[in-house]
Design a protein around this ligand. Sequence first.
Ligand SMILES: [Cu+2]
Length: 485
Amino acid sequence: MQLSLIRKMLAWAPVLLLLLVHSIRADIYESPLNGLGAHEKFTRGNETYHTPRATFTVQGGKRYRFRVISGAILNCPIQISVDGHTMIMIASDGNPFEPFTADSFNIFAGERYDFVLYADKISPLRNYWIRARGMADCAVKKAHQVALLKYAGAPDVDPPEATDWDSSIRGGILLNPWNTKGTDKQVEITRMRAEVPDGNDGIMTSVPDKKFYLGMDFKKVDNLKFNHPDFYPLAYVERSKHLYSPQVNRISSILPGSPPLSQYDDVPSSQYCNEFTVQSSCTQDWCRCTHKLDVALGDLVELIVVDEGVTFNANHPMHLHGFKFRTVALDKLNVSTSVAEVKAMDERGEITRLTSRAPFKDTVTVPDGGYTIMRFRADNPGVWFFHCHIEYHIDIGMGMIIQVGSKSEFPKVPKNFPRCGSWIPSEDEDDDDDDEDNDDGKQEPILVQCINSPNNAGIRPVGAYGLLVVLVAVCLDACIRIMIR
Ligand SMILES: [Cu+2]
């Protein structure tokens, strides 16, 4: 079906929004839809009530555009389906592609998908479940949820089908598989075709000006945020309690203390590093800096992002600020892989890139033990974040910034634009529990530690802070264990 035809049909249709998030309580993983779900049960007399579900009312014979956003915070791919209906997938991350009919699709943290639902089940008139089924971290507790697709005029009763997690497994054609090699029924996003013509930007066919291989995984390294070489070294922690560091090219990235776009000179160049400039052996040491790649304004940039997948069967939905990119290749190779393997394959010509109408995205999964290749024209000068969209991965280092152009090419900072920086209380202030400010009301700015800086320690010297580090590490260990369980 042509997209233009679908659009004509949709001209009168309401736009519906289906927002998926998931949150954690002490014992329950939740995946509320539009903030709603039937997780809580109440009784009054002999009657049972639940918290309400999201309800979408449709009229038989009409078509509706659903816009789905995943606000998942952990590694919680969510399979979406609608009982009794197929979905005409038409766009992702706001970028239209040729319509593709699927029985279900997966959505990863930060992604958006648009689909058209044809409400053609008019005889007999009844209601249906819209299902969300969590996988990966969310499969541990079988997180799931349903919303109600309510046909106008149908009896006001719930559909008879079970709503549990297992009942939400939908067969047939699935778009955007999770850590599964593509097949006719497990269809990767790279098999979609952008609706718009390629244009003259050369993104699809030119030789890239900058090409970066980015290897991601959870690395076994003494991360000084969680371990301490003297008090709590990783080597002495029970294996099942090891905290692996999610890194890119073996670097844990930290955010700069000031926004480099508006306060470029407030971030010392020594705070930045990447695999080409890092001074340590990152296979042995914990490498930590503001991970930055530089490209010239106008460069054609290619990112070959590899999820080495050695430690866990995870995946990483990678999000780029400031651009939409063409997803030109994506494949799961094996249980695990390496940058070296992917690079060798690439050099042997064993990686096929799309050369026309690759789908535009701004968030895309990198399958565990596989790769995803993105291309964009760096025509937006500034400093842009590129990161995994799983919250705790980025919080402890799985990201970087891409600087496009030089400071002189950045947009001008508006007059009186707010400024900020990072600081901690001075030692004197630490001793004064109740007084948060200096006598003169100012706070001393400090730089975050950087492996390339002369002060290379990354943590304060052992002393009173040693015990604090241990306590924090133990607490974080427990918290992260709960999060990733
Ligand atoms: Cu990640």
